[in-house]
Ligand binder design. Structure first.
Ligand SMILES: [Zn+2]
Length: 173
């Protein structure tokens, strides 16, 4: 291979930018210009080749993949007991012709527990909610949704005046 700069015969040429001109040079001539990329053959398209993905970029991609499952759970939000859980239990039970005792027996709870849940005197825990949902084929939980206030009356509760103006502005769109 011949150096395009000095014409010397060398085993290996180096692609260089010498004053704006791309040349395949020997190692000695390369010192005079900006070495672009090591070239094993004179016609290597190394100069135009796409850059491989950087180390940082790869690391970020890996981190994104690792975080995805947790992010999905966070987006689902906490499930909350519906406000009318007692009503839902009572209606579903009555529509099946069950007494509180029947329902209690079906889910292995005392009759008084059913009565307390239906009269809202007891807040059923997650385990009891699941049993009631399964037995009565109803849903007692709702996904926490922070974008929609449960009732309009609560919307401005606890808001500062600035928040309220922002809230009103957001409603205008
Ligand atoms: Zn040379």
């Amino acid at each position: 291979m011949l150096c395009e700069m000095c014409g010397k015969e060398v085993p290996r040429l180096v692609k260089c930018d010498i004053e704006g001109t791309m040349l395949n040079c020997c190692q000695d001539c390369a010192k005079f210009g900006n070495r672009i990329t090591p070239s094993h053959s004179g016609d290597s398209p190394g100069y135009q080749a796409a850059q491989p993905k950087g180390h940082v970029e790869k690391a970020l991609e890996r981190r994104k993949q690792r975080q995805t499952p947790r992010d999905i759970y966070e987006k689902m939000g906490p499930r909350e007991l519906v406000d009318d859980y007692g009503e839902r239990v009572r209606k579903a039970r009555v529509s099946r012709g069950m007494t509180p005792e029947d329902l209690g027996r079906a889910i292995n709870e005392r009759k008084s527990i059913i009565n307390q849940v239906e009269s809202y005197t007891m807040h059923p825990d997650e385990k009891l909610v699941k049993k009631l949902e399964r037995e009565l084929n109803i849903s007692l939980m709702e996904e926490g949704d922070y974008s929609a206030p449960k009732s309009s009356g609560n919307a401005s509760k606890g808001m500062t005046l600035g928040d309220l103006i922002k809230y009103e502005d957001s409603k205008k769109g």
